[in-house]
Design a protein around this ligand. Structure first.
Ligand SMILES: [Zn+2]
Length: 97
């Protein structure tokens, strides 16, 4: 099973049970050039981070959404692209929410 969180930037994670792990995964992800999972352009200013982790796996996967998409794209579009990204991470995975 995969747990996911869509975390807006700047991070508001206080009290999240995985706060520390998510913060460090996002910090690592930001150090690398990444493309937006919605528009696929290179992210210069992130708007949100899609985080996913499994029960067994120690690591947290992070995908970035640029600020423009996070502000302008519809929730449906962001969610559809998030599902696509996560399906790539977990082929055949189903999402419960
Ligand atoms: Zn974008």
């Amino acid at each position: 099973m995969l747990t996911t969180a869509l975390v807006p930037a700047p991070l508001r994670l206080v009290g999240h049970p995985r706060e520390r792990a998510i913060r460090s995964a996002i910090t690592e992800a930001m150090a690398e050039a990444a493309s937006c999972f919605v528009c696929r352009q290179r992210v210069s200013r992130p708007g949100a981070f899609l985080c996913a982790w499994g029960e067994a796996a120690a690591g947290i996967a992070v995908a970035q959404c640029c600020r423009e998409c996070w502000r302008d794209a519809s929730d449906d579009l962001v969610e559809a692209n998030a599902a696509r990204v996560l399906q790539g991470a977990v082929p055949g995975g189903r999402f419960l929410d």
